[in-house]
Design a protein around this ligand. Structure first.
Ligand code: ADP
Ligand code: MG
Length: 212
């Protein structure tokens, strides 16, 4: 299976929809553990991305990821803005001149991008952040990297892994970001960034299944 950049508008619309539908729940989570602005930051970024829709079909992946990252960096704000920006700019660096992506080339770029986010956030798994969703998905892609393409099964596994990762943040003690100020009181609540990353990943896998 080969994906081209003309898929981007449909993916962004699917993400925008799921974030809108879950906005209230995520805001409540970020009010408990942070300052309540995470959805607003994300929606600002998504609204800016929607203005790029007409450019995507003419681009190769490195251009599409670069534009996505720069747009998010310059519009989102918050800790999450620089982490999302870092993610896509790293995707861009790994995608070279690719006009299409397949399971292997996407996985290689994604794994590198998660490493870049870890470095930027000075954080690792188990610290109650979006990385508790991104890292398990990265490990799953790594495990499948040399296996023959079976995208339908892999997409289902990615969605399950993201959901389990999001749920796992509930019992974690926050040691990074604003939630860390709460110390033991952070235990018992899902991290807002883990929730939005799970929503984003599940929206993407659902949309991609329509294109197999
Ligand atoms: P802010 O915390 O500046 O208000 P947001 O509310 O937009 O920014 O994003 C908060 C989310 O960002 C958290 O829920 C967490 O998932 C993620 N986050 C914050 N700091 C880090 C970090 N150092 N590493 C990884 N993720 C982080
Ligand atoms: Mg916040």
């Amino acid at each position: 299976m080969q994906f081209k950049t003309d898929l981007m508008p449909a993916l962004i619309e699917a993400i925008d929809k799921t974030i809108q539908e879950n906005a209230e729940q995520v805001t409540t989570l970020d009010q408990i553990l942070g300052d309540g602005d995470h959805v607003i930051n994300l929606q600002r970024g998504l609204n800016a991305l929607k203005k790029n829709h007409h450019d995507y079909p003419q681009q190769i992946w490195s251009e599409a990821w670069q534009k996505t990252g720069m747009t998010l960096l310059s519009t989102m704000g918050g800790a999450s803005g620089s982490l999302f920006g870092t993610f896509f700019i790293s995707m861009s660096k790994s995608s070279k001149n690719d006009a299409t992506l397949n399971q292997k080339t996407f996985s290689e770029a994604y794994i590198q991008a998660v490493e870049a986010v870890k470095k930027r956030g000075k954080s690792k798994a188990g610290e109650k952040t979006m990385l508790d969703v991104l890292i398990p998905v990265s490990e799953l892609l790594q495990k499948n990297i040399n296996l023959p393409d079976d995208l339908s099964t892999l997409l289902d596994e990615i969605a399950t892994t993201a959901t389990n990762g999001m749920e796992s943040t509930r019992e974690m003690l926050a040691t990074k970001g604003r939630a860390s100020y709460l110390q033991e009181k952070s235990i018992g609540h899902i991290d807002a960034g883990a929730k939005t990353n799970q929503l984003i990943i599940c929206a993407i896998t659902k949309e991609l299944k329509k294109h197999l």
